[in-house]
Design a protein around this ligand. Structure first.
Ligand code: SF4
Length: 378
């Protein structure tokens, strides 16, 4: 335990650095994660949040599609996956995919978010056709699809490099990449929670390649399981390094581990205070990311609402058909209405702004919408 006077002087140094627009070091990050007073940390993160995004809180209108839960991997944190022949196994047919796109259109969605399992028997063309079917059915809707882990799997299936895989997907209608599959970059932790999955350098390389092709992407970190503060801060520093190089990340989303129905169900999972600490820590360490998202599906509406005062400026979407975190015990509803999101955001003292996937303001008339200019952060 650090002496109070040391803590006070360390926090003063960090505060001065942040106020001056300086960059925090790895050691600063570990200090903030392990020792900083949560309310001071939150106030500092909120200062940065207001410099970058004022009091705006973004949300979007989206629909999720998890086209199969069958997966060759067995990540110990995952409650979603299924064995090939298990009762819970499913695969979406083409008519079902088309129906989901039409449902998204009727719902006024600007985005379809697509991630799923790595099916033992499906060839690369099946995954390309998922994107093509969605795009051909509703060309106005942005397709945000496939984590870095899935892109790596497609490269493994086809024996082709990442840029070839991504170009096939872009030709089919892919608009951007979600941020999943990053988990925790540290190899020791990865060996415990997802040992066969593509490693950190591959995940980063896939996002580097995507950015070089003009795709924007998001980034995530799964916290609250077996990892420690240095692993979390290292993860953030690696993301910050790639963002320095490419500028292609839009949003960082800290993902709270949900233990129910996973191979780590004996763990308690993160507390509400840890959730807020991760949001604030991310806002302070990721000085080159415009947005930090409090993903309400995982955090719960109440914590996500409070997180808007701890550095988060985005609360994600209306989200229909969320399966992955509900299989892991998330007690949140599968969707919130726009008026519910507005109430949550306004009560937190923020101005709700609907955005599309690329952070352009959405101008809406019921289920009909157009986009305005990009809302560039400072
Ligand atoms: S997290 Fe993804 S890759 Fe890992 S088992 Fe679950 S579905 Fe498969």
């Amino acid at each position: 335990m650090l002496a109070t006077v040391d803590c006070d002087s360390r926090m003063s140094d960090i505060t001065a650095k942040v106020v001056a627009g300086g960059r925090l070091t790895f050691d600063d990050g570990v200090y903030l994660d392990e020792h900083a007073d949560l309310m001071m940390l939150g106030r500092l993160a909120n200062l940065v949040r207001e410099q970058k995004n004022g009091r705006v809180a973004y949300y979007n209108t989206n629909v999720h599609l998890n086209p199969t839960n069958v997966c060759v991997y067995r990540c110990t944190f995952c409650a979603f996956r299924s064995d090939l022949k298990a009762d819970k196994a499913y695969v979406f047919s083409e008519p079902m995919i088309r129906e989901r796109a039409l449902e998204a259109q009727a719902h006024g969605a600007t985005e379809i978010h697509v991630v799923g399992g790595l099916h033992h028997l499906k060839k690369f063309d099946w995954y390309v056709d998922v994107v093509r079917t969605l795009h051909e059915t509703c060309p106005e809707i942005h397709i945000k699809a496939w984590t870095g882990v899935e892109i790596h799997w497609f490269s493994h299936l086809t024996k082709k490099p990442y840029d070839w895989v991504l170009r096939q997907m872009i030709d089919a209608g892919l608009g951007s990449l979600p941020g999943g599959g990053a988990e925790i970059f540290d190899e020791g932790v990865r060996a415990q929670i997802c040992e066969h999955k593509s490693d950190a350098s591959r995940w980063l390389d896939i996002h580097r390649t995507a950015h070089s092709l003009g795709l924007r992407s998001n980034a995530t970190m799964l916290y609250g399981h077996v990892e420690q503060a240095p692993h979390r801060v290292d993860h953030l520093c690696q993301l910050r390094g790639l963002q320095d190089e490419t500028g292609g990340f839009q949003t960082f989303i800290p993902l709270a581990f949900h233990p129910a129905n996973t191979g780590m169900s004996h763990l308690p999972g993160p507390t509400g205070l840890m959730d807020l600490r991760m949001i604030a820590l991310a806002r302070l360490m990721l000085d080159n990311f415009d947005h930090i998202k409090a993903y309400w599906i995982m955090l719960g509406e109440k914590t996500a609402q409070v997180a808007l005062g701890f550095g988060a400026d985005d609360i994600d979407g209306t989200v229909v058909h969320e399966l992955i975190y509900h299989d892991a015990g998330a007690k949140t509803p599968e969707g919130l209405t726009v008026s519910q999101l507005h109430s949550l955001i306004r009560e937190a003292g923020c101005e709700p702004v609907e955005r599309d996937t690329l952070y352009r303001r959405v101008l809406r008339d019921g289920a009909k919408w157009t986009v305005g200019d990009p809302m560039l952060a400072s």
